[in-house]
Design a protein. Structure first.
Lengths: 198, 266
């Protein structure tokens, strides 16, 4: 899979240079190369400010497109969706932007098929589906578009979110005015109910 | 302009009926009042009633992994479950022809198991988010219940919802007890407002609870009595300059009127 352009700090050095201030923090000179010896892997560093090794999502799930792996397929689809949304964000034409969003919307049922990745993933895709459906064709506002793009992009880097983490992202959808719930869920409740009738 | 003392049905319309005319009506209604007061008793009833039912529906979807089976199961339970049986029957009937008419459903997916997961996730999200919003919909939250702890619903390892506690602490007297017993004339007026020959269980329980409070003022008010008082609690504690805001005027209006107060619909 190709890189999404997600910026992850990279450090390349066979020998870590340490700051002379006794903090144990690594120092990187301006002239040092920041290219990783192996694409997507950040070497381990020591000291109080040490970073855990970070492996890019594409490196972690490096596989041939078309593979049967759920996560690889989901990441591919998420990339397609976030690329479409990025194009929509950059578009000067509201019409073209809306067309891109519609195309991203069409990917949601396919993305939902990979909900086995976790309930955080599932709840985000599901809520986005309701959020877009409840607009009844009205194009996303710029704030909504940015939020959807940002969250799908984040989901691609952290596909195994917990339900709680997913719900936090759903609250972000809501905060920008998307109605993320099924419109027919309220009819399931009896009129004028109260707990005392039990 | 009076204030509104918000009852459970209005809380339910706002929190659990998203994208519906009822939600819009209830939300708009709150703007009519200078102050909107949400008693914690409403939160307690809402959690033990409507939210509990949504959690049941969620758990049924977890258990059956089937949208149509869940709807059929709930439909079979009929009335008394608070899940709208007619709507459920209608949904269940069409659920069997899911493939033929997938457009009838708002959920994501065309298959029965996909629809089940779509609604399961939607319910989990709605239950947790609505809980977090409960104290934000009115200008004030009033009449705290020191004997009741508000704990956020959570999904357990088994995938089922845990909504405990739904009741007050049973070891201590209901914190509303002393305030109720301090005004026996109001309790008597409320008791008289309930038809003596009513065949509704909730009316009978309420009359009984009021009678017990009047006859045994030294007894501790337990949580069952507090719960049986139900709608009478709203009329009793609603401030004089406020109205009980409810969609259930049939039950609340006579009680409020009996003690010189008023109930209004959204």
């Amino acid at each position: 899979m190709s890189d999404t352009g997600t910026s992850i700090a990279k450090v390349s050095s066979d020998e870590t240079v340490w700051l002379p201030d006794g903090t144990g923090a690594p120092a990187i000179s301006q002239t040092e190369s920041t290219r990783s010896p192996i694409r997507g892997i950040v070497p381990e560093m020591r000291g109080t400010l040490a970073l855990a090794p970070v492996i890019e999502i594409d490196r972690l799930y490096d596989a041939v497109p078309g593979t049967s792996s759920q996560i690889v397929r989901a990441l591919e689809l998420l990339k397609q969706a976030s690329d479409l949304l990025e194009t929509a964000r950059k578009s000067d034409s509201p019409l073209d932007a809306d067309r891109c969003v519609q195309r991203a919307q069409l990917l949601l049922p396919k993305l939902f098929a990979y909900r086995g990745l976790g309930d955080g993933y599932g709840v985000i895709i599901n809520s986005l589906h309701f959020g877009l459906a409840n607009l009844h064709g009205t194009p996303l506002t710029s704030d909504q578009l940015n939020a959807v793009w940002r969250i799908l992009r984040e989901l691609r880097t952290k596909p195994a979110m917990t339900l709680e983490q997913g719900i936090q992202r759903v609250e972000e959808f809501e905060a920008c005015g998307l109605g993320v719930d099924p419109p027919d869920v309220g009819v399931l409740l009896e009129e004028n109910q109260s707990a005392e009738n039990e | 302009m009076s204030d509104a003392y918000v009852e459970t049905t209005v809380l339910t319309d706002i929190l659990l009926k998203p994208e519906s005319p009822k939600q819009r009506r209830a939300t708009t209604a709150l703007k009519r009042y200078t102050k909107t007061l949400l008693p914690v008793y409403s939160i307690k009833e809402w959690k033990a009633g409507p939210l509990h039912n949504f959690a049941y529906l969620h758990d049924k979807l977890v258990f059956t992994k089937s949208f149509s089976q869940t709807l059929n199961a709930i439909s079979a339970l009929g009335r008394g479950t608070y899940l709208k049986s007619t709507a459920m029957e209608a949904l269940a009937a069409t659920a069997t022809s899911l493939k033929a008419a997938p457009q009838k459903y708002a959920g994501l997916g065309n298959r029965d198991d996909e629809m089940a997961d779509s609604y399961r996730l939607a319910l989990a999200s709605l239950i947790i988010r609505s809980w977090r919003k409960r104290r934000k919909i009115t200008t004030h939250v009033v009449d705290d219940l020191t004997c009741y702890v508000e704990v956020e619903p959570r999904v357990g390892q088994d995938g089922f919802f845990d909504l405990t506690p739904q009741k007050c602490d049973g070891d201590q007297e209901c914190c509303l007890g002393p305030r109720l017993k301090a005004q026996p004339q109001l309790l008597e007026a409320l008791r008289k407002a309930i038809p003596e020959n009513s065949d509704r269980t909730e009316d009978q329980r309420r009359r009984q609870a009021l009678k017990h409070l009047l006859k045994h003022p030294k007894d501790k008010v337990d949580r069952e009595t507090c719960r049986a008082l139900g709608d009478a609690i709203y009329a009793f504690f609603c401030p004089q300059n406020a109205v009980v805001l409810t969609t259930n005027l049939r039950d609340h209006a006579p009680l409020a009127k009996a003690i010189g107060k008023k109930a209004e619909e959204p």
